[in-house]
Design a binder for this molecule. Sequence first.
Ligand code: ARG
Length: 384
Amino acid sequence: MNVTQTYVIPTKTVERQTAPLSNTQTLLMEAEKYLSVLEQEQGTTITMERCAAIRADLEQYGTYWHTREELVYGAQLSWRNSNRCVGRLHWQSLHVQDCRHILTAEGVFQALLEHINYATNGGKIRSTMTVFAPQIPRQPGIRIWNSQLIRYAGYRQPDGSIIGDPMQADFTEMVRRLGWRGAKGTPFDVLPLVIQMPHQAPRLFELPQQAILEVPLEHPDFPWFAELGLKWHALPAVSNMRMEIGGVSYTAAPFNGWYMGAEIGARNLGDSSRYNMLPVVAEHMGLKTKSDRTLWKDLALVELNRAVLSSFAKHGIVIVDHRPVSKQFLLHEQREQSCGRETTADWAWLVPPISGSQCPMFHRNYHNDVHKPNFFYQDDPWSR
Ligand code: ARG
């Protein structure tokens, strides 16, 4: 173990120079690279027929269609290769819903409702991904404009303050311009889904309240905490990233795991640029807030996190705290190592936002190399 702290400076990925190759050649190379991973790791025999079929597809359509096995394993590898995710021990348990046949925004919306329902599972959260049709090269792909399937609106007030989640303020203004009428103005209004099919206008879909499992927050020792009226949703489902498998881009492939408590307790509710609850919690706790030296923010932060963890547990909703998560991540590293693979990671994302040095990853070094299949950020469609 290192005694001195070491930081990994995130490396910029340098995409391989593909300039002299045509798009089809690049895709073919990527496809072959992926198939050989599948062969090595899964023992799948890649037949001459499969390679010929991919080539023929590429020549005719400029892209190719993954088999179900290629898609599912590619989705699981995208998770395993996600350097910022600390929950990767469970990568092989990802459940994949293949929705590549869906052609309409209504169909996408129905599939997302099914995703939310299956994944939420009454609180016994299941890691799930729904994959919609891949992007045809040089054409727009299917897009879900929301950053997550479930998010709370943030309403900018005339005085510059924000009711709700400040992180969603731009998105909220945009959906209101698109005609969203559902805004109630509370700090926890669930945003509508914005779904855009290729070459069509984006469409709004309201999520029925009963589809969304939420947890009212209370504290195991402070009765006043429940009066703050805080809550959070049970399902974190990222919906705006592009998944790339064997050169094929899935621009709509929302996926979820379960929450780690600090995501809510430290970041969503604690960040001063989010719900900024530390001053409120500290005041109720009667802490001396004049000087930072009293560590009042740190004390309030711990209590906020205890409230999140105990409330989720009380309602029987899967959540994990940063301590077991860290142990699981180390187990993941060991398993990977025994398969002859190095675990790449983004240190700054892996180390939890509270009690960092208490977690073993804090004392370790990681390479932040990006391997594919993987998830990539894509531009917000409305800002282009
Ligand atoms: N940090 C995000 C949030 O608070 C969720 C990101 C994904 N998290 C997860 N546990 N799978 O909503």
